[in-house]
Write a protein that binds this ligand. Structure first.
Ligand code: ARG
Ligand code: ZN
Length: 855
């Protein structure tokens, strides 16, 4: 296991390796505790000097140079390093034999076993746990992989690329895979096991046939059909929207149950957390289906943005991740609903990225240093990274964006590129200024000021950079609404900013003036959430009510609802409740408006999160009052909208096996209505729905309505649910998460009790996240005044520090908003974190604990 080395890596220190590695041949003789890995790599000198390779906990059995055993004096081998002191001046083949134990690999990095299935995870630095290598993304190699198992043993033997040969000889089964596309080590993968599969075929736009397989636990094949459908739609979409065709004869996906993250884009062999593959309406919710569609698409899209063009170094991670998130967002927008998808993405950004960007864990989209790369797979790199791509798209428009992408693929295919390489492909006005988005952390603010006098309307937008940051180009999409429609942009005078098609680029300050008006227009600002900024605008209920009623941009309408609901919640928190009738009326009208999509109306009915309230309060937050304010507003709106909500909940139910976006929207709307009614004390419908639901979506929504309103019936309903699904891990995860998030005083004790549940295990990341990760989102319980919530999470993180540091580090990030709470809580958390820092040994946990405790 890797322990903290205290080494910081800096972007400015980047240097290419002195050797290239154009070919790698790997032979795996599989064994649960003694897998022998024979790796022969061809090295070509570029600069010369010693060849220094990375390892992580390896033991070397043999070393050969061009087929002849190497004298021990010629090299130096430790668990973490292999150095060939004086390599030949000509290309040479270095063979290194290592032995690894998949069964003892609890970190789930490198080669491990999940439910008896051999699998690998190499991004970012897992390959070095298999063999010594230049384990960095800028060294590209063509691989031949020989996977060897017992003839009676594992029958499914997979690696990257195309299958060359499969044969039995001497009681051994060998599969030979060849991947013609040079790739870095992090994209290497191997899978071996006794697995079932669904198989299909895809014909690419140039007429090539591709075999598609999704491998799952035997018996679960029917649950992989939706993922297969999503895969084929992704393949079509990437051809039509980006002209990108698949490039191998086969595309394999494998679902495993123990996985540290969502999924991994290994070339031709994607490995997935089974929650992003397996679904049927009895066990998966509409949200799960949407998640599967997104992740399948995301990993598939990496084939071009990530694999064909990879990253020069890990500082460039957003080059593949931000871009690929943008691509999967666009896919979902095209397949489902653009407006709804945009709102969902903004919610996620505001819930995860904005807080991160204001916390001690903040970092640039392209960082310039790191202590542990695993900790940089963050919302900032992924989600803010995607926002930066989206701003480019907004500023230059789809045709020029597509041309830029074509140029990027043409120029950088087969290479390891940088953010600058990418930006250089797009004709944006001031690329240097735009690069600041990548190089400075923090969320910029845009202040909106308006005036109307003598028929003259002015709107002033001012940029306020985050602390220590500079002014950046911000595309602002704007509409000025009047009773007779939007004002023609040609009638407006804009000063201080560049006008693009449908947007203005704001740097310091922009003024928009319109003369000869009878009344002030209503400004719809930042339509479609055209930039990842916070908008500061004087509260104005009448204006927001008009936007809700009249604006035609889904985001700005939804945002106006959020703004009003949040200020009502904040007023409650401050003990000065305002009249919530106008909000309830506007919301009721919106929710009942059949002219809007059901999914959109459902989103409007979901209250701002407790997290949003915490941020609005800013400091010395009292978590119990947060809960009271949140629940109070729900109860009040539920009460005031009772009739509308009851009608919505009474709407006809689409068939449970219709998992289309449309049907999902209808269920979401019914369930959002049920949740608000339950908040107002009407739990009867939720009880009935919990009993009679025909889909997991409806069942879970009903249980949530009971659990999150502290209904007396919740205990029993949840217990029944847990008994019924005891044999379904992914459903049990939902059960654990719901128990952990119940906003009552028992939450902490309940979680401690559930940690003793026979099905709870620290070995399965999904289970840890569902119970402990969810608990850390339970505001009142995690932030208990006595510090016991902090201690629980820290305890788990400490025990995982040795067995699975990545999961441990991820849990600890929940502490990043403790600074919003009062002094006793901050002190309790600081003590807990100091203790973690002192006892932790993994670089993952040490890095997070250090940043969280830094003064
Ligand atoms: N590249 C993968 C994806 O986003 C995620 C890998 C995460 N790696 C990690 N060490 N957390 O598709
Ligand atoms: Zn990705």
């Amino acid at each position: 296991m890797r322990t903290d080395t205290g080494k910081t890596v800096f972007l400015k220190d980047y240097a290419p390796t002195p050797y290239r590695a154009p070919h790698t041949s790997l032979m795996f003789a599989l064994h649960p505790t003694r897998t022998v890995v024979r790796a022969t790599t061809l090295y070509e000198p570029v600069g010369g000097g010693p060849l220094e390779l990375a390892g992580d906990g390896l033991s070397l059995m043999a070393a050969e140079l061009d087929g002849a055993p190497l004298d021990e004096s010629a090299y130096e081998a430790t668990p973490d390093r292999f150095v060939l002191k004086a390599p030949p001046a000509e290309p040479f083949a270095l063979t290194l034999v290592t032995v690894v134990s998949p069964d003892d690999n609890t970190e789930l990095m490198g080669l491990y076993r999940s439910n008896g299935v051999y699998c690998t995870q190499c991004e970012a630095e897992g390959y070095r746990r298999i063999t010594y290598a230049y384990d960095r993304p800028d060294v590209l190699s063509v691989y031949d992989v020989f996977v060897v198992s017992d003839a009676e043993g594992e029958q499914v033997l997979l690696s990257n690329g195309n299958l060359v040969d499969r044969k039995v000889s001497g009681g051994r089964l060998t599969a030979h895979w060849h991947d013609p596309f040079p790739k870095p080590t992090y994209l290497f993968a191997l899978v071996a096991g006794d697995l079932g599969a669904v198989t299909d075929e895809f014909t690419t736009m140039s007429g090539r046939k591709v075999e598609l397989n999704i491998y799952v636990e035997r018996g679960k094949e029917p649950r992989a059909t939706y993922a297969m459908d999503a895969l084929k739609r992704s393949m079509v979409w990437d051809e039509t929207r980006f002209g990108r065709e698949y490039d191998l004869d086969v595309f394999n996906i494998v679902a495993v149950s123990d996985f540290n993250m969502g999924a991994m884009e290994n070339k031709g062999l994607n490995v997935f957390n089974d929650r992003y593959v397996l679904a049927d309406p009895d066990v998966a919710t509409d949200q799960d289906y949407a998640g599967i569609e997104t992740v399948i698409a995301h990993e598939y899209f990496h084939n071009w943005t990530g694999n064909r063009i990879t990253c020069r170094d890990w500082f460039q991670l957003c080059l593949k991740e931000g871009l690929t998130v943008f691509r999967d967002q666009e896919f979902t927008s095209d397949e489902r609903s653009r407006g709804v998808k945009r709102i969902a993405d903004v919610r996620r950004l505001r819930a995860a990225q904005f807080p991160e960007d204001a916390s001690p864990l903040r970092h640039c989209v392209r960082p310039n240093r790191y202590d542990e790369i695993s900790n940089l797979y963050t919302s900032t790199v992924y989600d803010k990274g995607a926002e930066l791509i989206r701003m480019i798209h907004t500023m230059i428009g789809e045709p020029r964006f597509r041309a830029g992408m074509d140029d990027y693929f043409a120029r950088f295919d087969g290479t390891a590129a940088t953010v600058e390489d990418f930006i250089g492909c797009f004709s944006i006005p001031d690329p240097g200024a735009f690069m600041r988005w990548y190089e400075e952390p923090g969320t910029p603010r845009v202040k909106v000021a308006e005036a109307f006098k003598d028929g003259r309307y002015t709107l002033e937008l001012t940029q306020v950079p985050a602390e220590g940051a500079s002014v950046k180009p911000i595309p602002v999409r704007l509409a000025l609404l009047t009773d007779t429609g939007a004002i023609d942009p040609a009638k407006a005078t804009v000063t201080g900013g560049e006008i693009g098609t449908g947007h203005i680029v704001l740097t310091d300050r922009v003024t928009v003036t319109v003369n000869r008006l009878n009344a002030a227009p209503i400004a719809s600002v930042m339509r479609g959430f055209s930039a990842p900024v916070t908008i500061e605008r004087a509260p104005d209920e009448a204006r927001d009510l008009t936007l809700i009623a009249k604006d035609d941009d889904p985001f700005t309408v939804w945002d106006a609802v959020q703004r009003l609901a949040l200020s009502a919640m904040q007023a409650r928190y401050d003990g000065a409740a305002i009249d919530e009738t106008p909000l309830a009326a506007a919301l009721g009208t919106l929710a009942a408006n059949a002219g809007h999509e059901p999914a959109f109306r459902a989103l409007a009915l979901i209250l701002p999160t407790r997290q949003a309230l915490i941020e609005a309060i800013g400091q010395n937050v009292d978590p119990d009052r947060v809960d009271t304010a949140h629940q109070g507003l729900g109860a009040s709106l539920g009460e005031k909208m009772r009739d509308v909500l009851a009608r919505l909940h009474g709407a006809p139910l689409p068939p449970a096996d219709d998992v289309s976006a449309d049907a999902a929207g209808q269920r979401a709307l019914r369930n959002a209505a049920m949740q608000l009614l339950a908040s107002a004390g009407d739990t009867g419908r939720a009880m009935a729905q919990a009993k009679n639901a025909t889909s997991m979506t409806d069942r879970l929504a009903a249980l949530g309505a009971l659990a999150f309103t502290n209904a007396g019936e919740a205990d029993e309903a949840l217990a029944t649910f847990a008994r019924e699904y005891d044999h379904e891990p992914l459903v049990l995860d939902k059960y654990f998460a719901m128990e952990a998030m119940r906003p009552d005083a028992e939450a902490l004790d309940r979680v401690r009790r559930l940690m003793e549940h026979p099905k709870f295990s620290l070995k399965t990341p999904n289970r840890v996240r569902s119970l402990i990760g969810a608990f850390a989102q339970n505001v009142a319980a995690f932030h208990r005044a006595d510090g016991s919530g902090y201690r629980l999470v820290a305890e788990v993180a400490k025990s995982l520090d040795k067995s699975n540091p990545q999961v441990a580090a991820r849990l600890l990030t929940s502490f990043s908003d403790v600074r919003r709470f009062d002094a006793p809580r901050r002190e309790a958390a600081a003590d807990v974190l100091a203790d973690v820092l002192q006892t932790a040994t993994s670089s993952d946990v040490v890095d997070i604990a250090r940043r969280l405790t830094a003064k």
